[in-house]
Write a protein that binds this ligand. Structure first.
Ligand code: KPL
Length: 297
């Protein structure tokens, strides 16, 4: 049995693609477990089907826990449920950005904590409907010492979904690659209230992207020894913005729905890291402050 903590789009995607009967959602303390979670699932370029996932019952022991909460909720959500699970159960984190994963690993260093980076796309355009909007790849790697032995097992369990799953010993570097893309697209789409592709012609983007990429290049090199020029980072950001031109980014979607954004785990994380490493990050700081102002209104 696989337990899923967090019934948002990504959690529901795993609930839909893993074999029927092998998954259950984990409830927070006080939440009822008697009725199953039901939703419609539109598979990628495939038919629509009905999905019904039960909630984990007291005494059920999952062999793997997937944590698909928002980055800002993760530590609290896990703290509320983790004591019911034996200390050797692998916990796989799917959060965007960085910072929340390290906080979990630092809080429970004795547990096998793993992190995943995924390019699967899922959204919920209507209540009760989950759409698998784009297929991608998912990489899984260890964060704590005891997690190293659990990577292959977790990859094998998730491969039963039919999605492309790979083990990645250097998961932190992989998470950084995604962080760069999110740092260069998400805040602009939120501030400009536009689809991903539209940022490219906007003044705010054009005036700041080169300096942002200089900050990203310096931070990435200092933090995880990945060396890439600012120009090549800009190229990668723009490639993804073009490829996902019509998409509403997760950060713009959060702002539009009045939900907290993940800015603290993207440009906010980079700003904080810059302070720790003695690297100036004025553009990351400006983007963080402006996105925060946006969501406080
Ligand atoms: O990951 C994304 C997000 O919206 O968070 C991108 C790559 C920007 C696609 O929308």
């Amino acid at each position: 049995m696989i337990g899923i903590l967090g019934a948002g789009s990504l959690g529901r995607l795993w609930g839909a693609v893993l074999p029927v009967g092998s998954v259950a959602f984990i409830t927070r303390p006080g939440e009822p477990t008697d009725t199953d979670l039901s939703y419609r699932f539109r598979s990628f370029e495939g038919p629509e089907s009905a999905v019904r996932v039960p909630f984990l019952k007291a005494g059920d022991e999952p062999e793997l826990i997937l944590v698909t909460t928002k980055a800002g909720d993760t530590l609290n959500a896990l703290a509320g449920v983790i004591d019911q699970f034996p200390v050797d159960i692998p916990i796989l984190l799917f959060q965007n950005g960085l910072g929340s994963q390290q906080a979990v690993a630092a809080r429970w260093p004795e547990r096998p904590i793993l992190a995943a980076s995924t390019t699967e796309g899922a959204n919920r355009p209507a209540p009760g409907l989950l759409v698998h909007a784009g297929t991608g790849d998912t990489w899984v790697g260890p964060l704590t010492e005891s997690a190293g032995l659990c990577v292959n097992g977790a990859v094998a369990i998730l491969a039963d979904s039919g999605l492309a799953i790979h083990s990645e010993p250097a998961i932190l570097q992989r998470l950084w690659q995604k962080l760069i893309i999110n740092a260069g697209i998400n805040p602009y789409t939120a501030l400009l209230n536009c689809a991903n592709g539209e940022i490219l012609s906007a003044q705010l983007y054009q005036n700041t992207i080169d300096e942002l990429c200089r900050e990203l290049s310096e931070l990435m090199s200092a933090a995880v020894q990945l060396r890439e020029t600012p120009e090549s980072l800009r190229q990668r950001i723009e490639q993804v913005a073009r490829k996902t031109a019509g998409n509403t980014s997760s950060m713009r979607a959060d702002v539009l729905r009045n939900r907290p954004t993940e800015i603290d785990f993207i440009n906010g994380y980079l700003t904080k890291l810059g302070k720790e490493l003695g690297i100036d990050t004025p553009v990351n700081q400006m983007l963080t402050e402006r996105v925060k102002q946006l969501s406080s209104h």
